[in-house]
Write a protein that binds this ligand. Structure first.
Ligand code: SF4
Length: 538
């Protein structure tokens, strides 16, 4: 392989101390296979150890052989609070092989007037897996005059999953039902939340515990979801779904519009005072709790006369009925198309001809108006405008239906070795709120208890933050920011700290597998600036 030498850097710039190979250093390891062609390079960024020919990429498409040099092909994403151009700009680093990057010669001129407004993310930063080298970027900078360090890496996560919240009351599948992607089981339906169905997708069981195909499909689905792309899944015994972070779900080919205003009982409570006087009875149909106004406490408080309606299902408490129908894609997340099918009858002597009945779903998408005839049979009638307005208000109070995708990853393993020689000190420092953890600059919620289990909203992360390796596992950016003094106290790799200026000019400290270019993006407005911020601890 072609040897290359370090550059001298830019004037006035300290270059990092790069450990020599062998004797406990972190240089290029000799290839495993001594018969490997000299025209190839071995990638040691993951245990697959691809042997890569010149001009080709390895199995994950993240590393390539550029004229004998192993390089990370994607640019490192750098965030700035503001940038002049909205278009992401690609700037080659001042290092060997970087002149092959499309975009021209290195142009950095040392202008860092706003150095405290630059954040190096783990996206494209490179790494090893399991971690046995210091992280590729251990960047010194200042925040409000305080010396800070940010340890930046691309974590490779075997233990990780996506929790997907789908704002719909339609039936997607039974709790615990398998979710399939391209025929393989990649997750399951988990506990529904208020107004939303929830999926748990990916995870170590599907990545590594099943067949090779299951692992591959799981990794593919996770990468697509994390990168905000649309994926189509099927749920055993349930629906076909298209889910995409930040977009409305498509259930059985129909794009969901509204997230329900609440359960049937909540909707009765919210709108009871508006219904009183314009209707004699209101039934809000819901798969969870169907509300009946005159029986409900809200109706009682308004002195509404009982209507004599007799409902199917299991009465929970007055005016609140469970299981009026099966789950489905009809009214209120039930399987009914005819709302009258959940009324068992009317109590004689209580119900009266002329009684005005509104039946509506929890989103107001379905609503019908009836008047009881002489035989106490509901007869559909045109809905009066004052009632129509309330139904429209139910719709107005529904939020747009969205898919929310949260990445959940375990960073408490070997990844910590890239940060410190004494990994438990990093875990403890995070729990003591000394270290802010971010994923691609996005705030990461750190779960309580042992380990470093983080959760981040993929919508707050840069596009294309996620990758895969064929072990299989998921590649995701992670950054640890702290005071320099705290970094030293937790046994950090102090000899591999280098200033932000150098990170911008030359990139990662290592020669092998380093990225060749940086890409500027503007920080998402929703994200707090990672430096000088405490972690979101559980
Ligand atoms: S799969 Fe990717 S990271 Fe792993 S050895 Fe091959 S090129 Fe390197």
């Amino acid at each position: 392989m072609t040897e290359h030498t370090k550059t001298d850097g830019l004037p006035g710039m300290d270059m990092p101390v790069v450990a020599e190979a062998g004797a406990g250093g972190f240089g290029k390891a000799p290839p495993r296979n001594e018969k490997m062609s000299t025209a190839k390079v071995e990638c040691n960024a993951c245990p697959v150890l691809c042997q890569i020919s010149d001009g080709r990429t390895g199995a994950c498409d993240r590393y390539a052989n550029r004229e004998g040099v192993l390089v990370r092909v994607d640019p490192v994403v750098l965030l700035r609070r503001e940038i002049a151009s909205e278009a992401p700009t690609l700037v080659p680093f001042d290092r060997p092989a970087a002149d092959k990057v499309e975009g021209g010669a290195p142009d950095w001129n040392g202008d860092l007037l706003h150095a405290d407004e630059v954040f190096v993310t783990g996206v494209g930063s490179s790494t090893t897996y399991p971690d046995y080298k210091p992280a590729p970027f251990i960047v010194a900078s200042k925040a409000q005059g305080v010396d800070m360090v940010t340890v930046v890496t691309e974590g490779i996560f075997s233990y990780c999953s996506f929790k997907v919240k789908i704002d719909t009351d339609r039936f997607l599948g039974s709790e615990q039902a398998n979710v399939r992607y391209r025929g393989e089981v990649v997750g399951h339906v988990t506990t529904a939340e208020y107004g939303s169905q929830m999926l748990s997708l990916g995870g170590v069981h599907h990545l590594t515990g099943g067949s090779k195909k299951e692992g591959r499909m799981t990794a593919e689905l996770m990468q697509l979801l994390g990168n905000k792309k649309a994926v189509e899944c099927t749920i055993d015994g349930g629906s076909t779904l298209v889910i995409q972070a930040g977009r409305a779900p498509i259930v059985n080919g129909v794009e969901e519009q509204r997230m329900r205003v609440g359960c049937g009982s909540a909707a009765v409570g919210i709108f009871a005072r508006q219904f009183a006087g314009v209707a004699d009875e209101v039934v809000v149909v819901d798969d969870h709790i169907t509300g009946v106004l005159t029986e409900h406490q809200a109706g009682r408080c308004l002195d509404m006369a009982p209507s004599g309606i007799q409902m199917l299902g299991r009465k929970s408490t007055p005016g609140r009925y469970f299981q009026v129908a099966n789950p489905g894609n009809g009214w209120g997340g039930t399987d009914i198309a005819d709302p009258l099918s959940i009324i068992e009858g009317w109590e004689e002597g209580v119900a009266r001809p002329g009684l005005r009945l509104l039946m509506t779903s929890t989103t107001g998408e379905h609503a019908q108006w009836y008047v009881l005839d002489e035989a106490l049979k509901p007869v559909e009638q045109p809905m009066p405008p004052e009632v129509r307005r309330i139904v429209e208000r139910i719709g107005e109070n529904c939020e747009p239906s969205l898919c929310t995708v949260l990445f959940l990853g375990g960073a408490g393993g070997s990844l910590r070795a890239g940060v410190t020689e004494n990994p438990v000190l990093l875990t403890r420092a995070i729990k003591r709120a000394l270290v802010n953890v971010t994923c691609g600059g996005a705030p990461a919620y750190v779960w309580p208890g042992g380990g470093i289990t983080v959760m981040a909203d993929v919508m707050r992360m840069p596009d294309n933050s996620f990758g895969t390796v064929p072990t299989p596992a998921i590649v995701a950016p992670i950054e640890f920011s702290m005071r320099q003094a705290d970094y030293e106290a937790l046994g950090g790799h102090m000899e591999h700290i280098f200033p932000l200026e150098q990170a911008l000019a030359r990139g990662a400290w290592q020669e092998d597998g380093a990225p060749l270019a940086r890409q500027w993006l503007v920080m998402d407005d929703a994200n707090p600036w990672p430096l000088g911020h405490t972690p979101m601890l559980g």
